[in-house]
Write a protein that binds this ligand. Structure first.
Ligand code: SF4
Ligand code: SF4
Length: 485
């Protein structure tokens, strides 16, 4: 039920209920692109968790996996540790720049073709059409009384929506565990509470956002239309109605008569097909609007009409403000897709992408972190020496068990490193084993025997070396000694 507060000054309501939109079925070039992208994106989303990727016996074989308990993310041949979260930062920068680049070239094509809200709404609309028919049938059905036929159609639609929404939530959780195992657990009702809770949340949000809220999400909830409006320029291509060709608009009958009489008549026959197919209820002939997601469906609708009435297509098309003005002046349109902002966005994408690729290609499979004890920061031994304590973490990023020798540089000869749980061959360095694809935390002490000729703080370097391959990792820290007298 809507609530309306009436402004006594000018009788304008503060709030008006959203009018339900009944987008009409449309065929054409942009509709086919949208279907292809819908199948591709949803296919990837639903099926990707089932793709396997062999990483050896000690690592999961799911190609894309976010292993929260194991604190790892796997993407085909890439394995990201928590310490490497900067890769995610790089990917976010690339994603943002790609969005900016798309916007600079063709406005909100992300919204019109790839945004999950658009893709799922398209799918839910297809389901709605299957059960309730096209625009006219749906309007009549909603207006009509609650007959058995209406109850059956509405029930079928909502059940089908819930199944799609449930599977959408179900697919999401498969990215966080072994997909076949989770499917088995779901089938037997033995999955964890968290799995059911997430599926429930995502089922509800998908059903509400794609089934009921649809264009309201784009109009009122999403920040991107406002951001992109600030980012765009007059060169960006947007779905545009060609005023110079379309006006003065009039019915086909009147335009035929007007042309026969030598009077001006635009190509627009005021058939409202462009408006009828619009998923956000925009009449593009009124100019560019916040509600337009640049999906191009009105282009398909209008081209179909133009073919039927024997006029050239393209009355609505992707164009920019500059060319709209040029056309009105009778000038030839010009396009500048390569301009400073598109070059800048492409350059940032290329640079960040190259840095990520280089970093991945040269990344080390061994890591070392060291934390110096704070309390006590040093221990003076009764024989005159000094001992410092540390906690070290050795990272083994390979899917096999490895042995590492531990050493420390920067201290006088005679300094001794001891590691908890290490074996120390006679005269050799302490050696620790680290399980495949795991990290090992160990307590380490470094002792400098007398006589002490050390400043209060000495810079030191810890080193771990894989005794089989020689692969190493180093990290700097410090050694504390008493203040020299
Ligand atoms: S579909 Fe084309 S001809 Fe029909 S109203 Fe829209 S712009 Fe005019
Ligand atoms: S006006 Fe045209 S391009 Fe814009 S949302 Fe509506 S159908 Fe899509």
């Amino acid at each position: 039920m809507s609530v309306e507060h009436v402004d006594s000054a000018d009788d304008q309501p503060f709030y008006i209920s959203a009018e339900k939109i009944y987008p009409q079925r449309v065929h054409g070039y942009f509709r086919r692109i949208k279907w292809a992208l819908l199948v591709m994106t949803l296919g990837v989303y639903y099926l990707l968790p089932f793709v396997r990727w062999d990483r050896g016996p000690n690592a999961p074989d799911q190609a894309v996996l976010i292993d929260l308990p194991g604190r790892r993310a796997y993407f085909f041949f890439i394995e990201i540790w928590p310490q490497e979260v900067y890769y995610l930062t790089g990917l976010l920068v690339i994603a943002a720049m790609t969005l900016f680049l798309m916007n600079a070239i063709a406005g909100r094509i992300w919204c019109g073709y790839l945004c999950p809200q658009t893709v799922w709404t398209d799918l839910f609309l297809a389901v709605e059409r299957f059960f309730e028919g096209d625009r006219h049938d749906r309007i009549e059905l909603d207006k009509g009384p609650w007959t058995a036929n209406k109850i059956l159609r509405k029930t079928g639609k909502h059940l089908a929506w819930l199944v799609v929404a449930w599977w959408t939530g179900g697919a999401w959780v498969l990215y966080f565990g072994n997909a076949p195992t989770l499917v088995g657990q779901l089938a037997h009702g033995t999955a964890s509470f968290a799995v059911y809770a997430w599926i429930g949340i995502l089922t509800f949000t998908t059903y509400a956002l794609a089934g009921h809220m649809r264009e309201q999400v784009c109009l009122y909830m999403c920040p991107w239309p406002r951001i992109q409006a600030a980012l765009t320029d007059e060169q960006a291509l947007n779905v545009t109605y060609r005023q110079d060709r379309g006006e003065p608009r009039m019915s086909l009958k009147h335009s035929t008569k007007a042309r026969a009489a030598g009077l001006p008549a635009g190509d627009c026959i005021d058939c409202h097909q462009c408006f009828a197919v619009c998923p956000t209820g925009v009449d593009i002939r009124e100019g560019s609007q916040l509600g337009c997601i640049q999906c191009g469906l009105c282009i398909d609708a209008c081209d179909t009409v133009m073919h039927k009435v024997g006029r050239p297509d393209g009355l609505i098309g992707y164009d920019n403000d500059i060319n709209s003005a040029r056309r009105v002046q009778g000038l030839v349109p010009v396009y500048h897709l390569v301009r400073p902002r598109t070059i800048l966005y492409a350059a940032v994408i290329a640079i960040v992408g190259s840095v990520i690729l280089y970093s991945l290609a040269t990344r080390s499979f061994t890591g070392l972190d060291v934390i110096h004890d704070r309390n006590p920061i040093l221990v003076q031994l009764s024989q005159g020496g000094v001992r410092n304590g540390y906690t070290i973490r050795i990272l083994n990023k390979r899917p096999l068990e490895r042995k590492f020798s531990l050493s420390v540089d920067g201290l006088p000869s005679g300094a001794l490193l001891d590691a908890q749980g290490a074996s120390t061959p006679a005269g050799g360095l302490p050696i620790v084993s680290v399980e495949p694809d795991k990290s090992l935390e160990a307590r380490v002490t470094v002792t400098v025997p007398p006589p002490l000729h050390l400043p209060e703080t000495t810079d030191i370097t810890f080193r771990v070396v894989d005794i089989a391959t020689g692969e190493k990792a180093v990290t700097r820290d410090f050694f504390k000694a008493p203040k020299p007298e």
